[in-house]
Structures are given as C-alpha cells and as structure tokens.
Ligand binder design. Structure first.
Ligand code: HEC
Ligand code: HEC
Length: 85
C-alpha cells in the first residue's frame, strides 16, 4: 500500500487519538474500596451511602458521579464477602 499525503495525515491523527485515549484512561483510574473490616462486609449501595452520603462520615466528593454501581469504578476489596464482580 502506498500512502499519499492525505493518508499519512489521517494515520497520524488516528495514532494521536489512540495515544490520547490510552494515556487519559490511565489517569482516570479510580481509588479502590479500602480492604479493611469496615468495607469487607458491605454488600449494598444503601450501606455504602450510610457512610458516603452527604451526612455520612466520609461523603462522596462534590461532583461525584450519581451512578449506583460503586464497584464499576471502585474495585472491590480482595476479601470481599459479596458476590463475584
Ligand atoms: C461504616 C461506614 C462505611 C461504609 C458502610 C462504607 N464506607 Fe467507604 N469509607 C469509610 C471511611 C470512614 C473511609 C475513609 C477511610 C480511610 O481514609 O482510610 C472510606 C473510604 C472509602 C473510599 C476511598 C478510599 C481512599 O483510598 O480514599 C472508597 C472508594 C469507599 N470508601 C467506597 C465505599 C463503597 C463502594 C462502599 C460500599 C460497598 C463503602 N465505601 C462503604 C466508611 C464506610
Ligand atoms: C462512574 C464511576 C464511579 C462510580 C459508579 C462511583 N464512583 Fe466514587 N468516585 C469516582 C471518582 C472518579 C472519584 C474521584 C476520586 C478517586 O479517584 O477515587 C470517586 C471518589 C469517591 C470517594 C472519595 C474518595 C476519596 O479518597 O476522597 C468515595 C467515598 C466514593 N467515590 C464512594 C462511592 C460510592 C459509595 C459509590 C456507589 C454509590 C461510588 N463511589 C460510585 C467514580 C465513581
């Protein structure tokens, strides 16, 4: 395959986008759920929010996503008693 100038520019843009996304994704890694007694036995969002709701001991930061699936972003502690991920 022979690349002309336009093809080359296209390839460079695609490469730049891929690099941008992979680097960006790495920076976005979210903190995991602490592996302590407090967190090991929690299995429902209601329990999480008792401590991480606005009136809890450690509220979620301002602008935190409203999503409910905590473990989609915060990985579960290793010795978690709940179901598999
Ligand atoms: C009994 C209260 C309580 C419950 C229930 C609880 N947490 Fe926590 N959580 C805390 C406290 C207190 C901290 C801060 C601990 C620390 O800084 O070591 C914390 C810290 C965190 C952190 C931040 C870790 C870090 O590195 O700063 C995440 C993420 C988290 N909890 C997620 C969850 C999720 C998800 C659930 C539900 C499965 C949950 N927590 C249930 C009290 C609780
Ligand atoms: C869409 C992804 C996503 C979901 C779902 C999610 N979070 Fe978070 N959470 C984040 C991000 C991003 C941060 C910013 C700080 C970080 O890097 O952990 C954060 C921060 C936190 C913190 C503060 C950590 C600290 O060190 O101050 C707590 C506590 C927390 N989340 C609890 C929860 C709980 C409880 C749930 C489920 C109801 C939940 N999160 C669901 C993305 C998410």
């Amino acid at each position: 395959m022979k690349l002309n100038k336009r093809d080359t520019i296209f390839v460079l843009i695609v490469a730049a986008v891929i690099i941008f996304l992979t680097v960006g994704a790495k920076e976005r890694t979210t903190k995991s759920v602490p592996d302590n007694d407090m967190h090991k036995n929690v299995t429902s969002r209601v329990q999480c929010m008792a401590c991480h709701g606005v009136d809890g001991v450690k509220p979620q930061p301002l602008g935190h996503p409203k999503a409910n699936q905590c473990f989609q972003c915060h990985t579960q502690p290793e010795h978690w008693v709940g179901g598999k991920k």
